[in-house]
Ligand binder design. Structure first.
Ligand code: UDP
Length: 246
Protein backbone atom coordinates (compact mmCIF):
# COMPACT_ATOMS: atom_id res chain seq x y z
CA UNK A 1 0.00 0.00 0.00
CA UNK A 2 1.34 3.47 -0.91
CA UNK A 3 1.82 6.01 1.88
CA UNK A 4 0.99 8.80 -0.58
CA UNK A 5 -1.35 11.35 0.97
CA UNK A 6 -4.63 11.63 -0.91
CA UNK A 7 -3.72 15.20 -1.90
CA UNK A 8 -0.38 16.98 -1.87
CA UNK A 9 -2.08 20.26 -2.77
CA UNK A 10 -5.32 21.15 -1.04
CA UNK A 11 -8.39 22.58 -2.75
CA UNK A 12 -7.39 26.09 -1.66
CA UNK A 13 -4.06 25.70 -3.49
CA UNK A 14 -1.86 25.22 -0.44
CA UNK A 15 0.81 22.55 -0.11
CA UNK A 16 0.93 20.23 2.91
CA UNK A 17 3.51 22.46 4.64
CA UNK A 18 1.30 25.49 4.06
CA UNK A 19 3.24 27.00 1.15
CA UNK A 20 1.84 28.38 -2.07
CA UNK A 21 3.15 26.88 -5.34
CA UNK A 22 5.68 29.69 -5.82
CA UNK A 23 7.15 29.76 -2.30
CA UNK A 24 10.53 28.47 -1.13
CA UNK A 25 11.02 26.94 2.31
CA UNK A 26 12.40 29.22 5.06
CA UNK A 27 16.19 29.56 4.87
CA UNK A 28 18.63 30.30 7.67
CA UNK A 29 22.35 30.88 7.08
CA UNK A 30 25.34 31.15 9.38
CA UNK A 31 28.71 32.12 7.99
CA UNK A 32 32.21 31.34 9.28
CA UNK A 33 31.22 28.44 11.55
CA UNK A 34 34.38 26.31 11.14
CA UNK A 35 37.58 27.80 12.52
CA UNK A 36 39.95 25.50 10.57
CA UNK A 37 38.37 26.15 7.19
CA UNK A 38 39.25 29.18 5.08
CA UNK A 39 35.54 29.73 4.58
CA UNK A 40 32.45 27.98 5.88
CA UNK A 41 28.70 28.07 6.03
CA UNK A 42 25.91 26.30 7.86
CA UNK A 43 22.58 26.43 6.09
CA UNK A 44 19.11 25.26 7.03
CA UNK A 45 16.44 25.17 4.35
CA UNK A 46 13.18 23.79 5.59
CA UNK A 47 14.25 20.57 7.27
CA UNK A 48 17.54 20.32 5.33
CA UNK A 49 20.71 21.02 7.29
CA UNK A 50 24.05 21.29 5.49
CA UNK A 51 27.53 22.30 6.52
CA UNK A 52 30.18 23.43 4.02
CA UNK A 53 33.90 23.99 4.53
CA UNK A 54 36.12 25.58 1.86
CA UNK A 55 39.90 25.13 1.89
CA UNK A 56 42.33 26.92 -0.41
CA UNK A 57 43.61 27.96 -2.76
CA UNK A 58 46.37 25.70 -1.41
CA UNK A 59 49.08 23.62 -3.07
CA UNK A 60 47.34 20.75 -4.81
CA UNK A 61 48.22 17.23 -3.66
CA UNK A 62 48.99 14.78 -5.13
CA UNK A 63 51.28 16.92 -7.32
CA UNK A 64 50.17 15.15 -10.47
CA UNK A 65 46.72 16.65 -9.90
CA UNK A 66 48.17 20.16 -10.29
CA UNK A 67 47.49 22.18 -13.41
CA UNK A 68 50.04 24.70 -14.60
CA UNK A 69 47.45 27.22 -15.81
CA UNK A 70 44.68 27.06 -13.21
CA UNK A 71 43.53 25.92 -9.81
CA UNK A 72 41.66 22.63 -9.69
CA UNK A 73 38.27 22.84 -8.07
CA UNK A 74 37.20 19.82 -6.05
CA UNK A 75 33.69 19.40 -4.64
CA UNK A 76 32.81 16.59 -2.28
CA UNK A 77 29.17 16.04 -1.33
CA UNK A 78 28.65 13.63 1.53
CA UNK A 79 25.53 12.51 3.35
CA UNK A 80 25.94 11.73 7.04
CA UNK A 81 24.65 8.24 7.75
CA UNK A 82 22.11 9.74 10.21
CA UNK A 83 20.88 12.37 7.75
CA UNK A 84 18.10 10.27 6.24
CA UNK A 85 15.32 8.05 7.54
CA UNK A 86 16.97 4.78 6.48
CA UNK A 87 20.63 5.03 7.43
CA UNK A 88 22.75 6.24 4.49
CA UNK A 89 25.62 3.88 3.77
CA UNK A 90 28.90 5.64 4.60
CA UNK A 91 31.33 6.44 1.77
CA UNK A 92 30.85 7.56 -1.80
CA UNK A 93 27.88 6.29 -3.80
CA UNK A 94 26.91 6.73 -7.45
CA UNK A 95 24.53 9.46 -6.30
CA UNK A 96 27.10 11.41 -4.24
CA UNK A 97 29.69 11.16 -7.03
CA UNK A 98 27.17 12.50 -9.52
CA UNK A 99 26.07 15.34 -7.21
CA UNK A 100 29.71 16.27 -6.53
CA UNK A 101 30.44 16.41 -10.26
CA UNK A 102 27.45 18.52 -11.30
CA UNK A 103 27.87 20.85 -8.30
CA UNK A 104 31.55 21.43 -9.11
CA UNK A 105 30.53 22.25 -12.67
CA UNK A 106 27.95 24.69 -11.31
CA UNK A 107 30.81 26.75 -9.85
CA UNK A 108 33.41 26.45 -12.60
CA UNK A 109 32.06 29.40 -14.66
CA UNK A 110 32.26 31.81 -11.70
CA UNK A 111 35.41 30.85 -9.75
CA UNK A 112 38.45 32.73 -11.12
CA UNK A 113 40.62 29.62 -10.90
CA UNK A 114 43.13 30.90 -13.47
CA UNK A 115 44.49 33.28 -10.80
CA UNK A 116 45.83 30.36 -8.75
CA UNK A 117 47.78 27.90 -10.91
CA UNK A 118 48.99 24.65 -9.32
CA UNK A 119 46.60 24.99 -6.40
CA UNK A 120 43.41 23.27 -5.33
CA UNK A 121 40.21 24.80 -4.03
CA UNK A 122 38.35 22.19 -1.97
CA UNK A 123 34.66 22.42 -1.18
CA UNK A 124 33.48 19.84 1.36
CA UNK A 125 29.75 19.40 1.87
CA UNK A 126 28.30 17.44 4.76
CA UNK A 127 24.56 16.88 4.69
CA UNK A 128 23.48 16.54 8.33
CA UNK A 129 19.75 16.27 7.73
CA UNK A 130 18.06 15.65 4.39
CA UNK A 131 14.55 16.50 3.30
CA UNK A 132 14.85 16.79 -0.51
CA UNK A 133 16.77 19.56 -2.20
CA UNK A 134 20.09 18.84 -0.51
CA UNK A 135 22.13 19.44 -3.69
CA UNK A 136 20.52 22.87 -4.15
CA UNK A 137 20.93 23.68 -0.42
CA UNK A 138 24.60 22.65 -0.62
CA UNK A 139 25.23 24.85 -3.67
CA UNK A 140 23.69 27.86 -1.91
CA UNK A 141 25.82 27.20 1.17
CA UNK A 142 28.97 26.58 -0.91
CA UNK A 143 28.54 29.93 -2.61
CA UNK A 144 28.61 31.66 0.79
CA UNK A 145 31.53 29.53 2.05
CA UNK A 146 33.57 30.37 -1.09
CA UNK A 147 32.91 34.07 -0.59
CA UNK A 148 33.80 33.69 3.10
CA UNK A 149 37.12 32.11 2.03
CA UNK A 150 37.80 35.16 -0.15
CA UNK A 151 37.93 33.12 -3.36
CA UNK A 152 37.60 35.56 -6.28
CA UNK A 153 34.34 34.88 -8.10
CA UNK A 154 32.47 36.64 -10.88
CA UNK A 155 29.37 36.43 -8.68
CA UNK A 156 27.41 34.12 -6.42
CA UNK A 157 25.74 30.91 -7.57
CA UNK A 158 22.18 30.33 -6.46
CA UNK A 159 20.19 27.14 -6.70
CA UNK A 160 16.61 25.98 -6.40
CA UNK A 161 14.44 23.22 -7.84
CA UNK A 162 10.97 23.18 -9.27
CA UNK A 163 8.82 20.15 -9.79
CA UNK A 164 5.40 18.77 -10.55
CA UNK A 165 3.12 17.72 -7.75
CA UNK A 166 -0.52 16.64 -8.22
CA UNK A 167 -0.22 17.93 -11.80
CA UNK A 168 0.86 21.41 -10.67
CA UNK A 169 4.23 23.12 -11.14
CA UNK A 170 5.63 24.09 -7.74
CA UNK A 171 8.86 25.57 -6.39
CA UNK A 172 11.35 23.87 -4.03
CA UNK A 173 9.96 20.37 -3.36
CA UNK A 174 10.11 18.92 0.14
CA UNK A 175 10.63 15.20 0.76
CA UNK A 176 6.96 14.24 0.66
CA UNK A 177 6.49 16.11 -2.63
CA UNK A 178 9.71 14.66 -4.02
CA UNK A 179 8.64 11.12 -3.08
CA UNK A 180 5.13 11.31 -4.47
CA UNK A 181 5.45 14.04 -7.10
CA UNK A 182 5.72 13.55 -10.84
CA UNK A 183 8.95 15.49 -11.54
CA UNK A 184 11.89 17.25 -9.89
CA UNK A 185 14.04 19.76 -11.80
CA UNK A 186 17.02 21.26 -9.90
CA UNK A 187 18.61 24.37 -11.39
CA UNK A 188 21.60 26.56 -10.44
CA UNK A 189 22.35 29.95 -11.93
CA UNK A 190 24.81 32.82 -11.71
CA UNK A 191 23.79 36.30 -10.62
CA UNK A 192 23.47 37.17 -14.31
CA UNK A 193 21.03 34.33 -14.85
CA UNK A 194 23.45 32.00 -16.65
CA UNK A 195 22.36 28.40 -15.97
CA UNK A 196 25.19 26.32 -14.48
CA UNK A 197 23.23 23.23 -13.36
CA UNK A 198 20.17 21.68 -14.87
CA UNK A 199 18.87 18.21 -14.12
CA UNK A 200 15.54 16.55 -14.53
CA UNK A 201 13.91 13.56 -12.93
CA UNK A 202 10.45 12.68 -14.28
CA UNK A 203 8.49 13.95 -17.25
CA UNK A 204 7.52 17.51 -18.07
CA UNK A 205 6.13 19.21 -21.16
CA UNK A 206 7.98 22.22 -22.69
CA UNK A 207 5.23 24.47 -21.32
CA UNK A 208 5.64 23.06 -17.82
CA UNK A 209 9.39 23.61 -18.03
CA UNK A 210 8.85 27.23 -19.12
CA UNK A 211 6.49 27.76 -16.19
CA UNK A 212 8.92 26.06 -13.80
CA UNK A 213 11.73 28.32 -14.98
CA UNK A 214 9.71 31.39 -14.12
CA UNK A 215 9.28 30.00 -10.59
CA UNK A 216 12.95 29.07 -10.30
CA UNK A 217 14.05 32.56 -11.39
CA UNK A 218 11.86 34.03 -8.66
CA UNK A 219 13.16 31.53 -6.07
CA UNK A 220 16.81 32.16 -7.01
CA UNK A 221 16.28 35.92 -6.79
CA UNK A 222 14.97 35.54 -3.25
CA UNK A 223 17.85 33.25 -2.28
CA UNK A 224 20.41 35.64 -3.79
CA UNK A 225 18.99 38.43 -1.62
CA UNK A 226 19.38 36.23 1.49
CA UNK A 227 22.96 35.31 0.50
CA UNK A 228 23.90 38.92 -0.16
CA UNK A 229 22.39 40.08 3.13
CA UNK A 230 24.41 37.48 5.08
CA UNK A 231 27.65 38.45 3.32
CA UNK A 232 26.99 42.16 3.75
CA UNK A 233 26.37 41.66 7.45
CA UNK A 234 29.73 39.95 7.84
CA UNK A 235 31.94 42.00 5.52
CA UNK A 236 30.48 45.46 5.19
CA UNK A 237 32.22 47.91 7.51
CA UNK A 238 29.75 50.35 8.93
CA UNK A 239 30.31 53.90 7.68
CA UNK A 240 30.96 56.19 10.63
CA UNK A 241 28.68 59.20 10.49
CA UNK A 242 30.72 62.39 11.02
CA UNK A 243 29.78 64.06 14.27
CA UNK A 244 27.52 67.01 13.73
CA UNK A 245 29.19 70.36 14.41
CA UNK A 246 27.70 72.38 17.18
N1 UDP B 1 17.37 10.36 0.25
C1 UDP B 1 17.40 9.31 1.15
N2 UDP B 1 18.41 8.38 1.05
C2 UDP B 1 19.38 8.47 0.10
C3 UDP B 1 19.33 9.52 -0.81
C4 UDP B 1 18.31 10.46 -0.71
O1 UDP B 1 16.55 9.22 2.03
O2 UDP B 1 20.26 7.62 0.05
C5 UDP B 1 16.32 11.38 0.39
C6 UDP B 1 16.87 12.66 1.02
O3 UDP B 1 15.88 13.21 1.88
C7 UDP B 1 17.07 13.53 -0.18
C8 UDP B 1 15.86 13.14 -1.01
O4 UDP B 1 15.78 11.73 -0.85
O5 UDP B 1 17.11 14.90 0.16
C9 UDP B 1 15.94 13.49 -2.46
O6 UDP B 1 17.11 12.95 -3.01
P1 UDP B 1 17.65 13.39 -4.43
O7 UDP B 1 18.58 12.31 -4.89
O8 UDP B 1 16.56 13.83 -5.30
O9 UDP B 1 18.60 14.66 -4.09
P2 UDP B 1 18.29 16.06 -3.42
O10 UDP B 1 16.87 16.45 -3.74
O11 UDP B 1 18.51 15.91 -1.94
O12 UDP B 1 19.29 17.00 -4.02
Amino acid sequence: MSDKPEKLITDDGLRLDGRHADEIRPMKIEIGVLSRADGSCYLEWGRNKVLVGVFGPREAHPRRSQRADTAVIRYKYNMASFSVEDRARPGPSRRSIEISKVSREAFEPVIMAELFPKTAIDIFVEVLQADAGTRTAAINASSIALADAGIPMKGLVTSCAFGKVDGQIVLDLNKEEDNHGEADFPVAMTQDGEITLLQMDGNLTPDEIRKGFELVKKGCKEILEIQQAVLRKKFETPVEEPEAEV
